[in-house]
Design a protein around this ligand. Structure first.
Ligand SMILES: [Zn+2]
Length: 465
């Protein structure tokens, strides 16, 4: 993996344990002009203007988080606050959601805002970013003209599109199928939030009528089978259309079984779960009230165990955050249905998942790199990201596996002022985050100026390798 370049390079990260998707080895990394130029033993690398000592540290590709909400009606973060949180959490690239407008209270844009307007808005709003980012085009209406805009979005480097089966911006199966057919012709990816809207709405109404407003009742309003039912509909349509399908925030054994079944025949189906579903079970609602109010809900102990079963058997390719910032105050409501839905986690997710996956569950470092770096990059066409291959962007994390930290939201760079991981001690801490060779976070401090991060145009991903 060593290539020679003449003269001193910008930086060498020396003496760490390098982790790739396949192996861990003692090695050093040479960086020049934003790119990784060589990986190997230090003596074989060119001289450098600057050296970062990674002795006793782990050196891995920057984390790629494909599920982040910011600058929209469901998050109080700006690009500056969310990207600072990302940098502190080892995330060097994330994918946000660029919405079209819709008729309804929740729309961030005027109802006539098109998909392309929504994408352009997101790119313009991002001038204070510290890490790199992309967006998923996000459909909230059944306008037929949107189908014609998808190709232009793909040409802009937006090669994945999010839809919902639930909420006021949920789409019918008939429309979702048409979108999937269009995505199949363009070789783009469909992502769908799958929960059966009717089941969730009727159960919510019933709990309201019964005045069951305590947080512990919340999971009953959006049951695991409602998630699996909608997943089955959408995966089946994606398969018939020949479209690539990515199941977002899979929470339960029942919906993981659906994904697993459709993968078995070689269909183009991939899926993620999120850190919180691997860490917590539904007893969290008794302990933390509305703070962990998210959809789909955190499930029972058995489902939490299932997340690791399906990570181990390869059904889940990715572990993401679903970061969405709110204040604690917006959660302090009398009834759970009045609470905001969403939790911030991009700053803490890697450290928390590392602690659970490596230290408790015994997964390997290459598995961790696949789940949080390489697979999300490859799945969404980020060919320069999530890898330490020479020639790609020098997005790198230096991680101290022995350091410990107690998570305290006082350190949040996000505008969100709480953490569902508050008080948790993790072993293994992010020490340095480099984006395109530039140190952006160093021992808990942001050291890059706003505006360093840039919008990344994505390729149409190839899911055959
Ligand atoms: Zn989400």
């Amino acid at each position: 993996m060593t290539t020679q370049t003449p003269g001193p390079v910008d930086k060498v990260i020396r003496g760490g344990t390098v982790v790739t998707t396949e192996e861990t080895f003692q090695g050093s990394i040479a960086i020049d002009d934003e790119k990784i130029v060589a990986v190997g033993s230090e003596s074989a690398l060119p001289p450098a203007n600057e050296t970062i000592d990674a002795t006793n540290k782990i050196v891995l590709p920057g984390v790629v988080d494909p599920h982040v909400h910011t600058c929209d009606s469901s998050s109080i973060d700006t690009y500056e606050t969310v990207t600072k949180a990302a940098a502190l959490g080892g995330v060097t690239t994330f994918i946000n959601f660029a919405w079209e407008g819709w008729e309804g209270n929740g729309s961030y844009h005027s109802p006539d805002t098109s998909l392309l307007d929504g994408i352009e808005y997101c790119i313009e709003a991002s001038d204070e970013a510290v890490v790199d980012y992309s967006v998923h085009g996000t459909l909230a209406t059944e306008r037929m003209e949107t189908l014609e805009l998808i190709e232009s979005a793909v040409d802009m480097g937006v090669t994945s599109f999010k839809m919902f089966t639930a909420y006021e911006f949920g789409l019918s199966n008939g429309y979702i199928e048409q979108v999937l057919e269009e995505l199949a012709t363009l070789d783009a990816v469909g992502l769908v939030h799958t929960e059966d809207n009717d089941v969730c709405n009727r159960r919510t109404e019933r709990l309201k009528n019964e005045e069951k407003g305590e947080s512990v009742y919340y999971p009953m309003s959006r049951p695991d089978y409602a998630e699996a039912m909608a997943a089955e509909d959408v995966v089946r349509m994606a398969k018939e259309a020949g479209a690539k399908y990515y199941g977002v925030h899979t929470t339960s054994r029942k919906s993981a079984e659906v994904i697993d079944a459709f993968r078995a025949d070689g269909s183009q189906v991939r899926a993620e779960t999120c850190t919180h579903y691997t860490v917590y079970d539904d007893s969290i609602y008794d302990r933390l009230g509305n703070l962990p109010m998210i959809a789909p809900p955190i499930r029972n102990k058995e489902d939490r165990e299932a997340m690791f079963d399906y990570i181990r058997n390869g059904t889940f390719d990715v572990v993401s955050t679903d970061h969405c910032a709110y204040t604690a105050e917006s959660k302090q409501t009398e009834n759970w249905w009045e609470s905001s839905f969403g939790v911030n986690s991009i700053q803490t997710s890697f450290e928390v998942f590392h602690d659970v996956a490596i230290n408790e569950q015994g997964l390997s470092y290459p598995t961790l790199v696949r789940l949080m770096c390489a697979n999300p990059a490859q799945t969404f066409g980020l060919s320069e990201k999530g890898t330490l291959q020479p020639g790609t962007d020098a997005d790198i994390v230096v991680f101290d596996p022995n350091a410990t930290r107690v998570i305290d939201p006082v350190n949040n760079a996000s505008k969100a002022d709480f953490s569902i991981y508050e008080g948790r001690e993790v072993t293994g801490c992010i020490e340095k985050t480099l984006v395109r060779g530039e140190l952006v976070a160093d021992n808990g401090e942001i050291v890059a100026g706003p505006g360093f991060g840039t919008f990344v145009e994505r390729d149409r991903p190839d899911w055959h390798n």
